[in-house]
Write a protein that binds this ligand. Structure first.
Ligand code: SAM
Ligand code: SF4
Length: 355
């Protein structure tokens, strides 16, 4: 699928043709990654952040947010919970928090690897290469770092560099691959100033980077951020602005599945936030094969407020687990067994989808 085809699908409004896109995507998903939906237990270990992203409620200057950092024992209790539910992976995520010391996290990764059979995914922001190497040596398997948008001017506007260090997430993604991680990235959809053209280039970049994991969710405005209150603007004609809608998000998930058929693609919480009734299921029916039940302890959850009214904020670990199982089974899919590595798809499955 070339640039003009991707762009045409992004602008498509005809329901019958979109139905065909959803159906064909589901065929590709089934042929490459099967009917299993992998569950990755998400633990939001800290909401401290040194960055000033224009879109995110965890940005350093949001003084209204009560900050927390989980203890090693609290994290391990969540890991045990994930193991108890039979998940294959835990995802440790945080703001870019240098209060999380390199060796402290390496010890936790070593403990998880020594005491459980779980895969470990990290999502800690733009940490120095040395940290990424230490964590990989400690046993971390995967790293998630969305490039957010491939449009350089928009990226610089919404994601300012910290003094003395230019933010280059694409370079970090290449480094992560070199170090030996499975690499995940992705984008937000409908950022003010984001064009259809630039989303088409984002999708082509997924293919170029040969991503193992691709996270795509709608941009949701946060009133404690410059972007959320319209303070930062990128001037583009109104008809070129990509909407931050559910349908636009499904299109990007579907196209990501077609260009990177073996990738692990989650049906995200942001999607479930803008359609609490069926967003998760529709994401899974339109290309996704992963969900990330939230295991963050209830006393911390509300403070991991990257955007308002986040889905599943009050549910406990068992609530999230039961709810997601029910949703997976309601669409005729089954919970995944094992770690759900991308390499398992590359090595084990016949690839015959043509689209
Ligand atoms: N600090 C790490 C980082 O930036 O990669 C990990 C945590 S960060 C909260 C995880 C993701 O949340 C970001 O990559 C971004 O895509 C998403 N996010 C942040 N603010 C958002 C918003 N207002 N709407 C939708 N997604 C948002
Ligand atoms: Fe920090 Fe990540 Fe939020 Fe940016 S997106 S402010 S790096 S938590």
């Amino acid at each position: 699928m070339d640039h003009s085809e991707i762009l045409a699908w992004l602008k498509e409004t005809n329901e019958e043709r979109l139905d065909k896109l959803w159906r064909n995507t589901d065929v590709v998903r089934k042929q490459y990654v099967g009917d299993e939906v992998h569950l990755r237990g998400l633990i939001e270990i800290s909401n401290y952040c040194v960055r000033q992203c224009g879109y995110c409620g965890l940005r350093r200057d949001n003084g209204k947010l009560e900050r927390y950092r989980m203890t090693a024992d609290e994290i391990m209790a969540c890991v045990r919970e994930a193991e108890g539910y039979g998940y294959g992976t835990v995802v440790l995520q945080s703001g870019e928090d240098y209060g999380i010391e390199t060796e402290w996290l390496a010890d936790i990764v070593r403990r998880i690897k020594a005491e459980t059979g779980l895969a470990v995914t990290l999502s800690m922001g733009e940490r120095p290469n040395e940290d990424l190497e230490v964590w990989r040596q400690a046993g971390a398997d995967r790293y998630l770092l969305r490039f957010e948008t491939s449009a350089p001017t928009l990226y610089r506007l919404i994601h300012p560099s910290v003094p003395g260090k230019t933010s280059d997430r694409i370079a970090i993604l290449r480094k992560l691959r070199e170090i030996g991680y499975e690499v995940g990235s992705g984008v937000m959809i409908g950022i003010p100033g984001q064009t259809y053209e630039s989303i088409a280039r984002d999708i082509e970049l997924f293919r170029q980077l040969d991503l193992d994991m691709i996270g795509v969710g709608p941009y949701i405005p946060h009133p404690a951020t410059p972007l959320g209150i319209g303070q930062w603007k990128s001037a583009i004609p109104a008809d070129e602005q990509a909407p931050n809608t559910e349908e636009m998000t499904y299109k990007v998930i579907a196209l990501a599945r077609i260009v990177c058929p073996e990738a692990n693609i989650p049906s995200t919480t942001a999607l479930a936030t803008i359609n609490t009734a069926t967003g998760r299921e529709l994401g899974l029916m339109r290309g996704a094969n992963v969900v990330m039940p939230n295991l963050t302890p209830p006393q911390y959850r509300a403070n991991y407020e990257i955007y308002p009214a986040k889905a599943c904020i009050k549910e406990t670990g068992p609530d999230c687990h039961r709810c997601l199982l029910r949703r997976i089974e309601s669409i005729g899919r089954r919970p995944g067994k094992g770690r759900g590595d991308r390499s398992a798809f590359s090595n084990g499955l016949e690839k015959k989808a043509g689209f």
